[in-house]
Design a protein around this ligand. Structure first.
Ligand code: CTP
Length: 319
């Protein structure tokens, strides 16, 4: 069997092509949505041919020694030294080993969450995954607060914590991490050169403050494997976004996956402006070729999967 289930789906479904950046073609209904259990199992099995999320979600300590030199995954000419601190924060075993959940929420960061009142529903899931250390407290009614697994691109240090220039930035960061208790903090530290100084700062702050958060660092093969899965299914992504990575990984652990905060478009169905992030003023060119991501294409794919009952995509209000 060479044809994978999703590629059959993608070819057969009659979704409309994005027209002049208008998002209105992506209308989908939430009423009457029903999980398609056999499709969920089929997708899980297909993804397992490319990666095992239990293992690829993080490298483990025994794979490296302090002082080892590794090549960045997306920039092979450049290298990174595994420092003592980094080595000591690598998990001994996968933080997701043996963990299974009935329902999970994967929360993207789109401004579509504002005024959604989805907080309570998001928090009601057994396992909640969030992206890029997005703030929650001030937005609890719309996004909830539960965070069992949260990602952090090294660039977040610069973007949201002033590059740790001031003591107050570092305090704010330590406070944010202490709220996570023993949740998983997932740091793609081996992707591209640029954030290594920040990762070292993060490591030393975690160690110095004896934070309980459980650090994880994606395997060197994860991003290629995820891309491979989607490419094989005729979804031509350049580099999977964090949100798509999280959906792909969660198919291993979650029977029912609910997505919130996925809306990579500048306006909603009614033409009202939607912020790129619900929590800051970052601008994003969704249809720019310069961007490493193809979020509208990813969204189109997720929308197909929603309509087939493989996942549930919420882009409207929850109450
Ligand atoms: N997202 C979305 N629509 C938006 C913003 C984000 O669908 N308007 C989803 C994307 O899947 C994205 C995830 O939410 O990956 C998290 O958002 P963000 O922190 O903005 O991710 P990126 O900045 O794109 O970071 P990365 O390059 O790691 O994907």
């Amino acid at each position: 069997e060479t044809e994978l289930s999703l590629s059959r789906l993608m070819v057969n479904s009659s979704y409309k092509i994005l027209h002049k950046g208008r998002a209105s073609v992506f209308q989908h209904t939430v009423e009457g949505w029903k999980i398609n259990t056999s499709l969920v199992l089929e997708i899980r099995k297909d993804i397992l041919r490319f990666l095992d999320a239990e293992r690829d979600v993080s490298v483990v300590r025994s794979s490296f020694k302090p002082g080892d030199v590794i090549h960045y995954v997306l920039d092979k000419r450049r290298t990174l030294n595994i420092s003592n601190n980094l080595h000591s924060l690598l998990p001994e075993i996968s933080p997701m080993k043996g963990r299974r959940f009935k329902t999970c929420a994967v929360v993207g960061n789109s401004g579509i969450l504002l005024d959604s009142q989805c907080g309570r529903e998001i928090d009601s899931h057994d396992f909640v995954i969030r992206c890029n250390l997005a703030p929650v407290v001030e937005f609890a009614a719309d996004v909830g607060t539960k965070s069992d697994f949260i990602t952090m691109n090294p660039s977040v240090v610069q973007r949201a914590f002033g590059g740790f220039q001031n003591e107050s930035d570092r305090e704010k960061f330590v406070h944010r991490l202490s709220m996570l208790n023993d949740s998983v903090l997932w740091i793609p530290a081996f992707m591209v050169k640029g954030g290594e100084k920040h990762v070292e700062w993060v490591n030393s702050l975690i160690l110095k403050n004896k934070l309980k958060v459980r650090t994880a660092y994606p395997s060197l093969r994860l991003i290629h494997a995820v891309r491979g899965y989607w490419l094989t299914n005729k979804v031509h992504i350049k580099r999977p976004s964090t949100g798509l990575l999280m959906y792909t990984l969660s198919t291993r652990f979650c029977d029912e996956i609910h997505l919130y905060g996925f809306w990579p478009f500048p306006e909603d169905f009614s033409g009202k402006a939607v912020k790129y992030h619900y929590y800051d003023d970052l601008k994003y060119r969704y249809f720019s070729n310069a961007s490493p991501h193809r979020m509208p294409l990813e969204f189109k794919t997720l929308n197909v999967l929603h309509n087939k009952g493989a996942l549930k995509l919420t882009t409207g209000k929850c109450v």
